[in-house]
Unconditional design. Structure first.
Lengths: 341, 473
């Protein structure tokens, strides 16, 4: 019984991380395209679209991150302690990125001169790279098996700069760029339907979505090689164990989105984007099971008091019942605003 | 003061403890500024909307709509500073999280979801101004006040557990076993901490919002808009101020029972004695005497146990390693006195407000009242910060009272890392504060122009002027 509950809490944790990777990741991706828009050509229109796309759901996305942290320390205190003792520089960098991003996104809207707008955009864009890279690098460092239980087993900088940490970070950057571009195609389509006179941003982001999808697939193949070299048990879990269906789903979904975009078929691509990015997270997480720290700490070993695990799972289920319909209402209102005007 | 600071530096152990404590204190103090309005502003907004709908009053509706924008912007900033805190627990205090994370996390499990619900419904509320029928919009708004209170309840579960840990036994490895969930939630300190905080938050929201219009009043803007904007929130704060005196009194007796070392620090009581005096102001010296300060004989014993012969435990009776240091005790004592003093001033304003209303059914006319009301907002924030310093510094040297020391919880890293991180945070937080204030001032200026009748053609819906609001049409 306790084993099932612990597994349920681990599932909730993985779900929260996946939700943040897809919802928050799309926002980060928009930030990356904002940075790459440069200062000439369509830069102004691109930034305007990104502003429109991001404004309404920004803080709701961020809450998934808080959940990941809370579920982690409440459900698996030892994992939280160990991860932070070994990887605190990565988390500190991620936080810095997160807060700079939020602040400068808001500031860009109230900036009056083009100079300050550009500076705000740069900071916003760069911090959009920093945060997802650092968060994902922390997961990569965990997968590499270099995070010791209750204290660092290798020097902290070595755990943080592990090849697998870098590989996960780069995969995350590509994944956010991919989902950002894919969703911006949708946003561009909505605003074009309103008859706004603008350059063809659908085409602009369509090309970028295809490029990002290909880059994501290539980079994740390289990451898989690094995993095989660094962390054979996780590799086995991902290609032969329960991680395989998720890994296959991730590749298939991303590839399908690339094909759809290439052929200008604008259906199902957003759902498939979410499925694709979410499956990457699940492929890693399930591939690593039953270990939270490969080779060292299993889900059951890390779990807190059983009474609290059960409570945590209960709260999560009740809350999801409340939150999901509310989120649905928010997104509906968001869409309606675009259609109305 | 300089010697106190030097003393603090000289006695600190050569590790990351001092910078970690300073960083935590700074980021918490900053976050606490955003909490009162985040939790309680929704009630004011929804009440004002209700008044507007019932009386068909466009002024009240305009106020509610503009307030909802300020609510959303400051909620967004609070979301960021709150996220930082949840990661700081891990970066700064990993040993505490590893040992007690599960029991400590119960409250945050509740808080996290309540916060999510509030975030979503603030979005819905903002969007709904234009896109929902007024009655539906109003009813959906009522989700916000309980969601905010539930979130605060969750955080107080965690904090009161740190002050009076309970609901578990210690296993052989020092981790909690046999957890009784209800016992871990309803620890002795929960009741008084929760009511004291919730009332403080509502008072602060009331006085803060009212003070904005009090400033307008002093500058001669005395139309219905300012009158309504002042009266509704100020009345909320005024009703609560005397209630808070009673709750604060009960809370102090709770601390006397449950956390005697903190109580001794609050009252700078050095020796255990009956007929203990109440010391107002003053600084505890390392030999146990109190310099300066006004001493009222036997009052402390009387307040703590309703009798001058109540025995009050002194700091002296605790092992020096288990009680707040002299420096800590002085922080606690002065913060406590400041909080009580500010609360008393709030009661004076309340009395003034009530008398004016009884005598001529109107707001007070004296400019001195309005000056006081204009400062009441800032005063409330000061009182909340002071109360928080009282409870947190008063628990030193423990992170979990009598079970784990702060120095055992801290991340054993080179202190330089923490200083660097702290410096970066200082800069970023200063930038955030600057943007936040700039934005509020711009909104205010924009609305004043609109009300002045100028440039109506530029007017957009209030919520569309905020960086996190719906898109402009």
């Amino acid at each position: 019984m306790t084993a099932v509950v612990d597994l349920g809490v681990a599932g909730a944790l993985l779900l929260a991380i996946a939700a943040y990777s897809t919802a928050g990741g799309t926002d980060y991706g928009a930030g990356i395209w904002d940075l790459l828009a440069g200062r000439f050509g369509h830069a102004v229109e691109v930034r305007k679209l990104i502003d429109h796309a991001m404004a309404p759901v920004w803080e709701a996305n961020n809450v998934w991150l808080v959940f990941s942290a809370v579920i982690c320390w409440t459900g698996f205190p030892l994992l939280y302690e160990s991860a932070f003792l070994s990887l605190y520089p990565l988390f500190a960098l991620a936080l810095l990125g997160l807060i700079l991003r939020g602040a400068f996104f808001a500031f860009r809207k109230v900036a009056t001169t083009s100079g300050t707008t550009l500076v705000a955009s740069r900071v916003f864009g760069i911090s959009s790279l920093l945060a997802p890279f650092s968060f994902a690098a922390a997961l990569g460092a965990i997968a590499s098996g270099k995070v010791g239980v209750g204290g660092p087993m290798v020097p902290v900088w070595q755990a943080c700069l592990d090849p697998l940490a870098i590989a996960f970070g780069v995969v995350a950057l590509m994944a956010t760029a991919f989902s950002g571009a894919s969703f911006l195609v949708g946003d561009a389509r909505r605003y074009q339907a309103r008859g706004e006179k603008s350059p063809d941003l659908v085409e602009y982001f369509r090309r970028r979505a295809v490029a990002a999808a290909i880059a994501l697939l290539v980079v994740s193949l390289i990451a898989l090689v690094v995993i095989a070299a660094e962390s054979p048990t996780v590799f086995r879990g991902m290609v032969a164990g329960l991680g395989l269906p998720f890994a296959a789903a991730a590749v298939l979904a991303v590839f399908t989105v690339a094909v759809l975009m290439w052929r200008r078929v604008y259906r199902w691509y957003r759902v498939l984007t979410v499925v694709g990015v979410g499956s990457f997270v699940f492929a890693w997480g399930v591939g690593q099971a039953p270990y939270l720290l490969p080779g060292q700490l299993t889900i059951q070993q890390a779990a807190g008091a059983p009474e609290i695990e059960a409570l945590l799972l209960g709260i999560t289920v009740v809350a999801l019942v409340l939150v999901i319909p509310s989120l649905f209402l928010l997104y509906t209102l968001d869409q309606r605003s675009a259609l109305e005007s | 003061m300089a010697t106190t600071l030097l003393g603090l530096l000289a006695t600190s152990p050569p590790d990351a403890l001092l910078p970690s404590r300073i960083q935590m204190a700074f980021t918490l103090a900053y976050h606490i500024i955003l909490v009162p309005l985040g939790v309680t502003f929704p009630l004011l907004v929804v009440l004002m909307e209700g008044i507007g709908l019932r009386r068909n009053d466009p002024v009240a509706l305009r106020l509610a709509r503009r307030w909802s924008v300020v609510m959303a912007v400051q909620f967004a900033v609070g979301a960021v500073t709150g996220t930082i805190l949840s990661f700081e627990f891990g970066i700064l205090w990993p040993r505490m999280m590893g040992r007690f994370g599960d029991v400590f996390g119960i409250g945050f499990g509740i808080e996290g979801w309540a916060f999510f619900l509030e975030a979503i419904f603030i979005g819905i509320y903002l969007y709904g101004w234009k896109r929902l029928p007024p009655k539906v919009h109003y009813r959906l708004g009522w989700v916000l006040p309980p969601a905010g209170v539930l979130g605060a309840f969750g955080v107080i579960i965690a904090n009161s557990w740190m002050n009076t840990p309970g609901g578990f036994q210690l296993g052989p490895d020092g981790r909690p076993i046999n957890v009784n969930v209800l016992g871990a939630i309803f620890t002795p300190a929960l009741g008084y901490e929760f009511w004291h905080l919730i009332v403080a938050l509502y008072m602060t929201a009331g006085f803060m919002v009212a003070s904005v219009y009090a400033v307008g009043w002093l500058r001669g803007r005395r139309d219905r808009y300012h009158r309504l904007g002042f009266t509704v929130p100020f009345a909320l704060g005024a009703v609560l101020a005397p209630i808070q005196v009673v709750i604060g009194d009960i809370a102090t007796r709770g601390v006397f029972q449950d956390q005697p070392a903190k109580f001794a620090a609050m009252e700078v009581t050095w020796n255990t004695q009956t007929h203990n005096p109440e010391v107002v102001g003053g600084l505890l010296q390392s030999d146990g005497t109190v310099a300066l300060g006004l001493s009222i004989p036997s009052l402390d014993s009387l307040l703590a146990g309703f009798s001058p012969s109540t025995l009050v435990r002194g700091l002296n009776s605790f092992n020096p390693a288990d009680r707040p240091s002299v420096v800590d005790a002085n922080f606690v004592h002065l913060a406590f006195d400041l909080m009580v003093g500010l609360g008393s001033i709030a009661c004076v304003l309340t009395l003034w407000f009530a008398l004016a209303w009884i005598r001529h059914r109107d707001l007070p006319r004296s400019r001195w009242f309005w000056r006081g009301a204009a400062l009441a907002g800032i005063g409330s924030y000061l009182a909340i910060e002071a109360g928080w310093i009282t409870t947190e510094v008063g628990r030193q040297p423990w992170i979990v009272h009598n079970l784990m020391r702060v120095s055992d919880a801290v991340n054993p890293v080179n202190p330089l890392y923490i200083w660097i991180m702290f410096s970066a945070l200082l800069v970023v937080y200063a930038v955030i504060a600057f943007f936040f204030v700039t934005l509020l001032m711009r909104l205010s200026a924009r609305w004043r122009i609109e009300d002045g009748g100028g440039r109506q053609e530029d007017a957009i819906a209030p919520e569309e002027a905020a960086p996190y609001g719906p898109r402009p049409a």
